[in-house]
Every structure is written in structure tokens, then in C-alpha cells.
Design a protein. Sequence first.
Length: 258
Amino acid sequence: MRETFEETGIVAGDALLSLDSRASIPVAAFADTAHWPKNLFVVPEYAFGLFVSDTTVRLSDEHVEVAWLPFREAHERLTWDSNKVALWELEQRLTSGTAQSPVRTALGKRATMTRNVGDNRDISDAIFVENGPVDVDQLNSLYGLVGWDRANRRTAMETAQMLDDSRYYVSAHRSDLSLIGFARVCGDPYVAQVLDVITHPEWRRRGIATECMRRVVGHLRQSRYVTVTLTDGTGLDFYGRFDFKIFKDVARVWAPSR
Ligand SMILES: CC(C)(COP(=O)(O)OP(=O)(O)OC[C@H]1O[C@@H](n2cnc3c(N)ncnc32)[C@H](O)[C@@H]1OP(=O)(O)O)[C@@H](O)C(=O)NCCC(=O)NCCS
């Protein structure tokens, strides 16, 4: 994470994906080894993938150029075999359906990113990220688009805090990493609420919310909540598909007069 930040200016957070690819680099390849132990002959090389929603890169002065490339072109441009193997592994993990990061947040949320592989109508080009980095400005815009932030009440800082305080969230992205869907669960170990199920208006009726809810339910099943609720404003039986049943006349909304 430190290296990622120093060399690219990107804060890796939860989105660092540890790859299995490993290599050894002979010390002879490094300059300035005078103070290294005399019995050190090779340096281990580890490889990581990183999910980014903001593609702005601030290069350190160790580097002169950066480019975002499709897999094949990046693979061809690489010089060292170990880098090629690591990139190939990353591509395989993404296209085979799951890529799981071992890095956890303080809350113990596990970040995962998955490119959908076509099991769900025409969302095969969507990338679903669970508990990963979300561009909070885009998320706030999404709330605005569905009319949930008419007063422009949400701030980047509070939305970042909201993500951190959520027990689980899933975001859907296009291949250019723009945000097209979202859902989250907030609560404590016993009581949870499903909130903020949103699909960008241009991406509706393609199964984005269904896929987000499928993952939300996956989280609910893995957890030990006593009660899980949601408030349904859709007027559709969408949530009925995920085993949410209507409980009439029990909800009270706290609405102080002043
Ligand atoms: C509700 C919402 C999240 C659905 O997102 P979506 O990605 O379009 O949903 P999906 O494509 O996964 O569709 C799920 C199902 O919902 C139903 N549905 C969704 N939009 C519908 C519409 N406009 N009319 C009728 N049924 C609809 C359908 O049953 C659909 O399944 P089907 O097309 O396979 O029959 C989206 O319309 C939205 O963001 N609305 C504004 C925010 C909101 O109200 N969120 C829910 C708060 S409780």
C-alpha cells in the first residue's frame, strides 16, 4: 500500500488484490546494495492488482510515463516474464468471475471485485465490487439522480464515513469504472437494515439491482443478524424475490416537529 501511494498517489485501501505470482530478483539487478547482507542473493518480488475508480495517477519521480491499457497490449509491453505472469494471473482472476482481496477494513469487511461473466442478462460488462473503494462524488450524484438528495445535503466526507460505517456495501461499475449501481447494509451484529438500492437511470431493467441484492443476500446469509429490515419505496415486488415479506403497520418513523 505504501509503495502504491508513493509511486502513483493512489490510496490502495481495501482494493489491493494480492496475487499468487512470485519471483526472485538477483541482487545484481539493484544499484546501491553496499549495505545489504552479504548472504542475500535474491530479493523476493510480490505482485498485486489494484481496483481504482479514479484513474488519475500522480507518478513519483522514479517514473516518467503511465498508460491505461487493455490486457493484451499491457502484456506485450512488459519486459520481465515475472510481470507478464502476474498480469496474466490478474486477468484470469477477473475474467473467471472472482478476485478476492485479503485486505480487510477495520470493520472486518472483505473487499472483493468481480467482473460479471454473463450469467445475468446483459450486465456482462459490469464490474461488481463488494466493500471496495467507491468514488463518493459519483455516489452522491447517484443519490441526487434518484431524488434522495434534493437539498444537496450529502458531503464527500460524510458519504465516505457512511461507507466506512456500513456493515456491507456493493457497487456496480461500468468498464470505465463509472458508478452505475449501489446497495448497502447498515446496523450492528444483531440488527441490520438494507438501504440505498440504486441503479443509475440509464442502466435500469438490466439486472443491476438484482445482482446487487443477490450479493446483499449473500452477506446477510453469512452474518448472524437477528432482524433484517428494509423500507420498500418501489411499489414493485422486487424485494419479495429476495425473501423480504411485508409487515404492515409496525414501522414508525421518527419525525420530531422541531
Ligand atoms: C428500483 C431499482 C433499484 C431497480 O433497479 P434495476 O437495476 O432497474 O432493477 P433490475 O433490472 O435488477 O430489475 C429487477 C426487477 O425489478 C422490477 N422492476 C424494476 N424496475 C421496474 C419498472 N420500472 N417497472 C416494473 N418493474 C420494474 C422488475 O420486476 C425487474 O425484474 P425483471 O425485469 O427481471 O422482471 C431502480 O429502479 C432505482 O434505482 N430506483 C430508484 C431508487 C429506488 O427506488 N430504490 C429502491 C428503494 S427501496
